[in-house]
Design a binder for this molecule. Structure first.
Ligand SMILES: C[C@H](O)CC(=O)C(=O)O
Length: 251
């Protein structure tokens, strides 16, 4: 849960497959957070192993959908927060907060799993951060009202999905002019509602551009791309021929 004053600029990475080693490397770095992708990336089965060891780097799980089952499962395993895809309305945002909190705030079912998790309901309830993904034309229209929902800590924008929904295409790295306008609207809505504005920057070199638009919480790359660029860098440093298959992927 983010409290006022909101955190300053933060930078994180995604884990999109079963790279527990890369996850531990990110957790041992100065990254501010890690996103674990259970929507397009890894399946739920590996999540338990990923979260069974405590980390001082917050781990936000992107759940597959906004169902109470997916949200409860990630939190029971010890996610510090959830990133919920495709949140388009106030009603959906309210359902998400209810699924993430125990009564009286919500209707989450009790079942902490990871050994290091507290068994105290109030303590468990207070550690949950909720980020909703604004990534459709409808979500953009309702962004301010969604962010205003009590219990929503902020938004996280998926530029590819938002670009597709607005008819500008998936490749928004760097963002086109109409995309910049849309992104500014979301960042401004977050500022007005005193919530965090997050976004996938897709490239470390674009971090400054997105920070200027008002996004404070950025992800730069996923584990596969981190490993890939590390391999390329090592080969180059040794004087060997260096190229990599995935370095140019936006995730
Ligand atoms: C890292 C994410 O997959 C970004 C995303 O969801 C997007 O639509 O862009």
């Amino acid at each position: 849960m983010f409290t006022d004053p909101l955190p300053g600029p933060t930078t994180g990475f995604w884990i999109a497959n079963d790279d527990i080693g890369v996850l531990r490397a990110i957790e041992g770095s100065t990254a501010d957070f890690v996103g674990i992708d259970c929507q397009h990336g890894i399946g739920d089965h590996i999540l338990r192993r990923m979260l069974e060891i405590r980390s001082s780097v917050p781990r936000y799980v992107r759940v597959a959908d906004s169902s109470a089952q997916k949200i409860g499962y990630a939190l029971d395993l010890g996610a510090d927060g959830i990133i919920v895809p495709m949140v388009n309305s106030v009603e959906q945002a309210k359902m998400v907060t209810r699924a993430a909190h125990y009564p009286p705030r919500g209707d989450r079912s009790y079942g902490p799993v990871s050994p290091w998790l507290s068994r105290d309901v109030a303590e468990l309830d207070s550690r949950v951060t909720i980020l909703v993904m604004i990534e459709t034309e409808c979500g953009l229209r309702n962004a301010e009202a969604i962010l205003n929902v009590d219990g929503i800590d902020g938004c996280y924008v998926g530029p590819a999905d938002l670009g597709i929904s607005l008819g500008h295409g998936a490749n928004q790295f760097p963002p086109s002019e109409p995309m910049r306008t849309a992104l500014s609207r979301i960042a401004d809505a977050a500022q007005r509602t005193r919530k965090v504005a997050g976004l996938h920057a897709g490239d470390a070199a674009l971090a400054g551009t997105f920070r200027e638009l008002g996004f404070t919480m950025l992800t730069l790359a996923n584990g596969e791309r981190l490993v890939s660029s590390g391999i390329e860098q090592q080969l180059k440093a040794s004087g060997a021929e260096a190229h990599s298959a995935t370095t140019n992927s936006p995730y």
